[in-house]
Design a binder for this molecule. Sequence first.
Ligand SMILES: [Zn+2]
Length: 458
Amino acid sequence: VKTDRFTSAYRFRIYPNTKQQRMLLVVLELCRRLYNYAVCQRKDTYKATGRTVHYEEQQNQLPQFKDQRPEYEQAHSQVLQDALRRVERAFTGFLEGRTRYPKYKKHGQCRSITFPQISNENIGSNSIILPKIGRVRMTKHRPIKGKPKTLTITLTKSGEWYTSITTELNPPNNNSNPRIIFNNPIGVDSGLVNYLYLSDGEHVDNPRFISNHAKRIIKAQKELSRKKRKVKRVVNVNGNSTTLKVPGSNWLKAKTILARRWRDYVNAKEDWQWKQANRLVNKHDFIGYENLPIRNMLKNHCLARAIQDAAWAGFWEKVESKAATAASTTTQKVPPQYTTQRCSKCGYKHKVALSERSFMCPNCGHFDDRDHNSSDVVLSDALQLYYKAFEKIVGMDVPEFTPAEIEPLPPNAEKPMMVASSIAETGNKFHTRVDEPGRGITRAEAHGFSNGRTSQPL
Ligand SMILES: [Zn+2]
């Protein structure tokens, strides 16, 4: 779906002083209570009358709600409206069957507030002005592009404050003009041994961040489980006293330390992924990758931890976002079916065991590294899909598409080849058909030349 507006988000750490922190915590708590109030109102009204309360109604009642509760003067009115909008979103998700019935938020469970409208004047070079809170120190580690729209303040579980600012940009111009010639197209196979295997032979080892961090995380978790909770006597409305288990200060400290260990792990991984994504997008103008069925893969319990650690979905999101901003790189997702089982030269399909690291085609004798073969398959699939979509855009008849796994070519069949750049050289570029496996672009030519493999370290 093409939108005429283009948004991006920036996350910066902020350092509110003690007084500002106290004020922010009060606002978080007020928003939590308002959220619970609004959920309760919807629940009760529906039970009593069968009527659904909507956002507009709750927003109109907000002034009256605030009149009865003077403490709400401390919160910005738009922040409160946003809390109501979150209730609306939670109920919409439930009614559309995507999420469960909205729950009440317990103490401390409301961790972010949103200012739905901010302007450039709120953002300084190393500070930010929050309405009703004041000027807060901020490390602005990169410039903000576009017009600022919304601002969200978050308190992480490890006790740090962050702001995320969304901005609106005009879309890059070349979006409307799909490209047909690529100088450096690449297909990528992602796996647990090689995190990335590029069709030009370059590969990146799986860093397995979890193995570096597991020791510290497990230690912090053990510390936390040793800490006891305080037993507190409370008297309820009826005058009966009961005991409650509440977190003590040592328990809370251990919990924060555990959250910090997880944060370190996530930060290290994210940083590495952004660097890899940047490198891919800077180097290649076409990137084909597999749309891996992560959910199905997680059913394999032996590999679940490693698969979660690899977090390919998050990685490809980063590549997509880099490619969208750079606007010089096209990305194409391909369905993952049989990419490891198909021969990149002749399209013949046969079962390859997971442990087998090399690929040997029984049909044409093509021998290759397993991951390299599948990255080649991914590239040709991606280019075929891309050109097929391209033909649709320009309104051409799309010839019947025959997937390689259904009809492999005979081993000695002559394979018509087409160089990526020759598409433009033919008289009418729309006559180009990339409709058969083996036809279209071969790996060597798509890379411009073939000089074997180059394995480049990071
Ligand atoms: Zn073959």
